[in-house]
Design a protein around this ligand. Sequence first.
Ligand SMILES: *[C@@H]1O[C@H](CO)[C@@H](O)[C@H](O)[C@H]1NC(C)=O
Length: 160
Amino acid sequence: MSLVSGLWHEGARKITVAGLPPIGCLPIVITVFSSDALTNRRCIDRFSTVATNYNFYLQKELDLMQMSLAHLGSKIFYLDVYNPLYEIIHDHRKFGFEEVSSGCCGSGYLEASILCNPKSYVCPNTSAYVFFDSIHPSEKTYFIIFKSLQPTIDYILSCF
Ligand SMILES: *[C@@H]1O[C@H](CO)[C@@H](O)[C@H](O)[C@H]1NC(C)=O
């Protein structure tokens, strides 16, 4: 709450908060927690359940914040990234992806952020990968997620 009033004092009137993605499907999580990270690279549901629970309570909390912000003429919005990414992961071929459980950079199993750098191996076709590194979606995935959020974003931009 103090963060939000801090933002309000800086002039923010429309604030969005994104939820967590299906974390049990991140390549790095599968690599670290799968019973056999080489042969069994399915999503690990118990981790994604943590994210859905978190998102549930986050939305409740944001609703409460919204009520206490209403008099300030400020709005706070939840952005759902879980469901669009879940859909891409579980139906990746429909979206034109070939690889879903490893990233495009490095081995695809562990590397992320600075471990993916100009010296890293990069797959020949990023667009075939849901994930660019073992944590972050590829540009194509981000774009699909953006398209699914676009009506919400347009609504936010148009209100008051
Ligand atoms: C890259 O992969 C995508 C998705 O599988 C495919 O549609 C596209 O034709 C590929 N591009 C090249 C240059 O192979």
